[in-house]
Design a protein around this ligand. Structure first.
Ligand code: PA5
Length: 443
């Protein structure tokens, strides 16, 4: 890995919508929101702990975390991670990004939905296995992981004869003082890791929320932190809309939104990036989508989706812009073989690396979408590793803070998530929700 290389952004195919001159006109506005972010004076400023997180990771806490990660690595058949939203997607995305799809990682995820068959099948699958459980919830009160933890704990009581064995295998990641998970962990004597008060769920991948599962799967969390640190430094030092790609990206998507481009499609040509797309959708959807505004984040994996939703992108309603996420260097090379007969007519590709074919598919797609009225830009990671992933995480976090503030909203809350919860509690008969229940049942 060459740490002099960095994540980069190419905005060539935004031309006719956005160019350097237009970007420059945004500098004063960006200076103002950037300053309010850096000085902690923006809306939601009690949730800015993510900004300095890469610089302030406590070495003693990290050593403790790495020790527990080693214990899991050495003893567990499976680590079951229980969590939803920001307490799930960072670890899931990282592990999917770094591992081979054919290597069965020793991690299973639970509590990110209420699917009955999924939970029943998992319980059946792990019942005779040596499991560790990492239950992750900042609030400690979220229903989906709460139910999943209750179910698994109940099963563990029948699987393990000695309560000490259960205690040894449960690690809780939660708030340092508040929430039922904290109370439960303290009462039962589980080992715990703390999610800082001032870091919101979707910005928490560099806290124990993400770091413990990622380290337990054997990935290099120090490199992840270093990568994030390099972009955090860049954002502290460089406030130029033209020269800092994080700001260029944030401002471009803001301006495209003003042009009526209401949907951003994050498109990639490597299936390893699928869950990075899911993480990004959560980060952008929850941060920006409020008060009747915000770009809607969607995701595709090409070339697969060029044979499905690609039709809409090329030819449907012109409300889209696209951000391609590319990796410059593949880890492994595959050459296309030559044949004497050339019955499939593919000999014109013989001897070519598959990565080159994929790259030309990307170029062809970017140009086609641009001429079809979908302006697009490209973020490129030099390689697929922890360091550049750390850069990408911080890149997207900082950019959504800027674009959210440009929209005039608080990017760090998620009031809209409450609506379904209230209705669900009422419909399930939770005490205190009687009036709402009556209203819902009569409507
Ligand atoms: O980004 C967020 O704040 C949310 O997506 C939360 O991460 C999610 O709702 C889970 O919350 P908690 O960790 O409190 O269980």
């Amino acid at each position: 890995m060459d740490i002099n290389k960095n994540i980069s952004l190419n905005i060539e195919l935004l031309k006719h919508y956005i160019n350097h001159k237009v970007l420059k006109t945004m500098q004063t506005k960006v200076d103002s929101v950037n300053k309010s972010l850096q000085n902690g004076a923006c809306p939601g400023n009690d949730y800015l702990g993510w900004m300095d997180l890469p610089f302030h990771i406590n070495q003693e806490e990290l050593d403790k975390l790495l020790k527990v990660a080693d214990e899991i690595k050495n003893n567990a058949d499976y680590l079951i991670c229980i969590g939803i939203g920001g307490s799930y997607l960072g670890a899931k995305a990282t592990i999917e990004f770094l591992s081979s799809p054919f290597k069965k990682e020793k991690i299973l995820f639970l509590g990110h939905h209420l699917g009955s068959d999924y939970i029943a099948d998992m319980l059946d699958y792990v019942k005779s296995k040596n499991i560790y459980v990492n239950v992750i919830s900042k609030s400690g009160t979220t229903t989906e992981p709460g139910i999943a933890f209750r179910i698994i704990l109940d099963k563990m009581k029948s699987w393990f004869d000695d309560p000490k064995k259960i205690k040894q295998r449960i690690i809780a990641t939660t708030d340092k003082q508040r929430g039922v998970l904290r109370e439960l962990a303290d009462a039962e004597g589980y080992r715990t890791f703390i999610i800082p008060d001032n870091v919101g769920g979707r910005f928490s991948v560099l806290t124990p929320v993400g770091l413990l599962p990622i380290a337990a799967m054997g990935y290099d969390v120090n490199a992840l932190i270093e990568g994030a640190k390099s972009i955090a430094r860049l954002c502290k030092e460089n406030n130029s809309v033209l020269d800092n790609p994080v700001l260029t990206y944030a401002v471009s998507r803001y301006l495209l939104y003003q042009h009526g481009k209401k949907i951003e499609v994050l498109s990639s040509f490597d299936p390893a990036l699928q869950y990075i797309g899911e993480w990004w959708k959560q980060l952008y959807g929850e941060s920006e989508g409020k008060e009747g505004t915000g770009v809607f984040p969607a995701g595709t994996i090409f070339t697969t989706d060029l044979h499905s939703i690609g039709q809409y992108i090329q030819d449907g309603e012109r409300i889209l812009f696209e951000t391609f996420l590319n990796i410059a260097q593949t880890v492994k090379n595959v050459k296309i073989p030559d044949t004497n007969e050339n019955r499939d007519g593919l000999n014109y590709l013989a001897g070519m690396e598959l990565a080159e074919v994929n790259y030309q598919a990307y170029r062809g797609t970017a140009l086609a979408h641009y001429s079809g009225g979908v302006p697009n830009m490209t973020i490129t990671l030099p390689e697929k590793n922890e360091y550049y992933l750390g850069q990408l995480f911080y890149f997207f976090e900082y950019a959504v803070a800027i674009s959210g503030l440009l929209l005039g909203i608080n990017p760090f809350n998620q009031p809209g998530v409450e609506a379904y919860k209230q209705n669900m509690f009422a419909l399930l008969g939770r005490p205190g929700y009687e009036d709402l229940r009556k209203n819902l049942l009569s409507s």
